[in-house]
Design a protein. Structure first.
Length: 261
């Protein structure tokens, strides 16, 4: 299994400073890896009692049956993970409120490359570090996958996100979440977070802005871009045009169904 090195999570101390109401039902935050999971997770945590968060693992299909208490209909917990859609996962989450976080696949390819090259990630594709591949070649691998080591873009988005849309999950776009965080004083942000929290069965409290501001503080996210360290590697800020075409070839219709095209 890959090893991800992060600073200790200290957000619970901030959560405890606010009055919290019990969840009305279990809530699961699902995402494609590298779509901003920590951001959405940490914001939601600010509205949930500490004892109602299930933080034993990022739940994935391989360990699903080890963490079924997260979905106990009598406990009403908030949990999170990268859980692919299947018969087992659909049945276990039948009565769970589900949020699916996605990111524009064009930007996702860049984020994935940046993470794989960082010193915080240690896995079975470490051999691509150290300038052994051109950036263009690396980005191509992020799109089409590394044979028997890292799945392709289309597979990850299909099973971790798109399929869940057919099972009652609320779609959350990373870019819209970030935009709302940056404009907290606006009426649009209030409507956005009212709908987002409503999808999790949480009423918008009067102090919602203070909670969101803390939850969105990137110091609490060990995998935020500025918290990753890369050794003399420059990843572009915008996906090259050729690679945009490769994304469209590898996953036709993906950006459209996610609302990006």
């Amino acid at each position: 299994m890959p090893i991800i090195r992060m600073a200790p999570d200290t957000l619970n101390a901030e959560v405890a400073k606010f009055a919290q109401a019990p969840l009305a039902a279990p809530v699961f935050v699902n995402s494609v890896p590298k779509c901003g999971t920590h951001l959405l997770r940490n914001i939601l945590r600010m509205f949930v009692p500490v004892e109602s968060t299930y933080d034993k693992a990022f739940i994935q299909y391989a360990i699903l049956h080890d963490h079924l208490p997260a979905f106990d209909p009598t406990r009403h917990r908030l949990s999170w993970g990268h859980l692919l859609f299947s018969d087992d996962s659909a049945m276990e989450l039948q009565h769970v409120r589900k949020l699916v976080l996605v990111r524009d696949p064009y930007d996702w390819a860049l984020a994935r490359a940046r993470f794989f090259l960082s010193n915080e990630f240690e896995g079975n594709i470490d051999h691509v570090k150290g300038g052994k591949l051109s950036i263009d070649a690396l980005l191509t691998l992020m799109i089409f996958g590394v044979y028997q080591k890292a799945p392709p873009l289309a597979e990850l988005f299909t099973h971790n996100a798109v399929a869940w849309l057919g099972a009652g999950a609320l779609l959350v776009r990373y870019e819209e979440l970030v935009a709302a965080v940056k404009t907290l004083e606006s009426g649009a942000a209030e409507r956005y977070f009212g709908a987002l929290l409503g999808g999790a069965g949480i009423a918008l409290p009067a102090d919602w802005r203070a909670r969101v501001k803390i939850g969105a503080d990137r110091r609490f996210s060990g995998t935020a871009r500025e918290n990753l360290t890369l050794d003399n590697v420059a990843i572009p800020d915008v996906l090259p045009e050729t690679h945009k075409q490769l994304v469209d070839y590898a996953a036709p219709g993906l950006r459209k169904i996610l609302g990006y095209a």
